[in-house]
Design a protein around this ligand. Structure first.
Ligand code: SF4
Length: 346
């Protein structure tokens, strides 16, 4: 029997698989319940399955796709998890408790190929795409580790990698996340953050109503191309026209992430330009003052002064654009935006 990772499968896929090994179709639903509602640690806990079937599962079906290697807790309660993959790669996930919410930031790739200048993950280069099981298992294992202490309420694809560059596995993972028999999250509690791969973005709009966040970080093409090389392929007019046409559910808006870099993209003039280019987009803006990252990452960028941050925000607010300043969490454990490098602290 060929070995499989069961968390790669949606319920219909799992039904096909159980039938292929000679079991009844309804067994798939039982397995889903054991995996996602009961959060079993091993197949031996499934006492309602025949001994024969359990033996088949032990030998042919991997329950877990990740191995937890390290867990670091920050002074602000943020928890960073380091996971090992079966081929020796590593990824990170970050739990951000903010009662009543508890958000898990998950990775979609090991490393990243997009080389955004301010991002430590990008500086490390691309290793490979994650499978659906490796994406789903981040949620399962963190929830298992937290137990009754904290329940994950929200998922954000903002960890390592560009989710739309791993489209098929990410979409399959979202299907399992929103399946009432699976992880049972509402679409409204899932956010996908992208640098703006326009063809995949248009496809996502048709296929899944999850929340969308765009990493913008500049209001003109010259600067954005310097900070984010992908802008040369999909420049701002093309990206923003895809955003204008994005089929948003009523009352929903696209979040634009804007890392504020001192003296680079944080002037009032650039804020006014941001207002101009977002005209006609149902938008809100998250301003993220830059985290001076790891000392061995010589990006040379600095965090702007409080005065400059507030002045930038004020320009947006005066133009009736919702603009929140997002304080970084978990900076002391390298868990903040752009700090994920999947490296053990030991
Ligand atoms: S910001 Fe995102 S897309 Fe850009 S290099 Fe970092 S992980 Fe990749």
């Amino acid at each position: 029997m060929e070995q499989v990772f069961v968390k790669n499968y949606t319920l219909p896929d799992l039904e096909t698989w159980v039938e292929s090994i000679g079991e009844a179709r309804f067994r798939a639903r039982q397995l889903f319940r054991h995996i996602y509602s009961r959060r079993i640690h091993s197949w031996s806990e499934c006492s309602d399955l025949s001994k024969m079937f359990r033996v088949q599962l032990e030998f042919g079906a991997h329950l877990n796709a990740l191995k937890m290697v390290e867990k670091l807790e920050a002074s602000d309660d943020t928890v960073k998890y380091l996971f090992g993959l079966h081929d020796g790669q590593f990824i990170e996930s970050v739990l951000i408790p903010d009662p009543p919410r508890c958000t898990l930031c998950i990775s979609s790739q090991a490393g990243c190929s997009f080389q955004c200048k301010f991002c430590l993950t990008g500086a490390l280069g691309f290793k490979r795409n994650l499978s659906t099981a490796e994406i789903i298992d981040q949620i399962c294992q963190v929830q298992q580790d937290q137990g009754a202490r904290r329940r994950i309420t929200n998922i954000v694809f903002m960890g390592m990698g560009e989710p739309l560059a791993n489209y098929a596995s990410v979409l399959q993972a979202i299907r399992i996340m929103v399946d009432p028999n699976g992880l049972a999250f509402s679409h409204r509690r899932i956010t996908l953050s992208t640098v703006g791969l326009v063809p995949q973005l248009r496809r996502l709009g048709k296929e899944s109503p999850v929340n969308l966040a765009i990493s913008l970080h500049a209001s003109d093409d010259a600067l954005r191309s310097e900070l984010m090389p992908i802008n040369r392929k999909y420049p701002l007019p093309e990206l923003l026209s895809a955003c204008r046409e994005y089929p948003l559910p009523p009352r929903k808006r696209i979040t634009f992430e804007y890392i504020l870099l001192d003296g680079i993209n944080d002037s009032p003039k650039q804020a006014r330009e941001l207002v101009r280019i977002l005209h006609g987009v149902r938008a809100k803006v998250n301003l993220i003052p830059f985290n001076p990252a790891n000392p061995d990452f010589g990006s040379g960028y600095r965090r702007p002064s409080e005065g400059r941050i507030l002045a930038f925000q004020e320009v947006l607010q005066r133009a009736q654009l919702t603009a929140m300043i997002r304080q970084s969490r978990g900076t002391d454990i390298g868990a903040a935006c752009g700090q994920l490098v999947a490296r053990s602290s030991g």
